[in-house]
Design a protein around this ligand. Structure first.
Ligand SMILES: [Zn+2]
Ligand SMILES: [Zn+2]
Length: 140
């Protein structure tokens, strides 16, 4: 099991397992995370639960097809999902335990911050990853 929480500790969650870790360099992830890129951990819906503070989770619709979430108290990014998705998308920085997997790919590299050098050891995709549902739809 992998546990996670926000900065203030008000929101806690856990997932049975993390299936995939990926970096997203799109402009929305960069802003939402205040960082060079966002790293996301995908967990199957059936294995995800809120442990405490679910009432503090504030959704934010960042595009027509995507809703992010953050803590109302401390502003930390929090897990989100959608009705048609199979997984929860968990901001990896919120994890308290080692997810057991390592980043497998990076997406939206065409939109990366000009001051950031990409990790050349990872498979790179300029936009969406074919066959993979990314956490954000750039420009949508
Ligand atoms: Zn918080
Ligand atoms: Zn993104």
């Amino acid at each position: 099991m992998v546990r996670g929480s926000c900065l203030c500790g008000g929101v806690r969650f856990e997932a049975d397992a993390i299936e995939l870790l990926s970096h997203c360099h799109c402009s929305m992830c960069r802003k939402a995370h205040g960082a060079a890129y966002g790293t996301f951990a995908n967990a199957y819906k059936t294995g995800f639960r809120w442990v405490s503070g679910e009432e503090l989770v504030q959704p934010y619709r960042s595009s027509a097809h995507n809703e992010r979430a953050f803590c109302r108290v401390c502003g930390s990014n929090l897990p989100y999902t959608s009705e048609d998705a199979d997984t929860w998308v968990i901001p990896a920085g919120a994890l308290d335990d080692d997810p057991g997997v390592r980043p497998a790919l990076q997406m939206f590299t065409a939109d990366k911050a000009p001051w950031h050098e990409l990790d050349a050891s990872l498979p790179s995709f300029p936009g969406h990853v074919p066959g993979y549902e990314p956490p954000e739809e750039e420009g949508a």
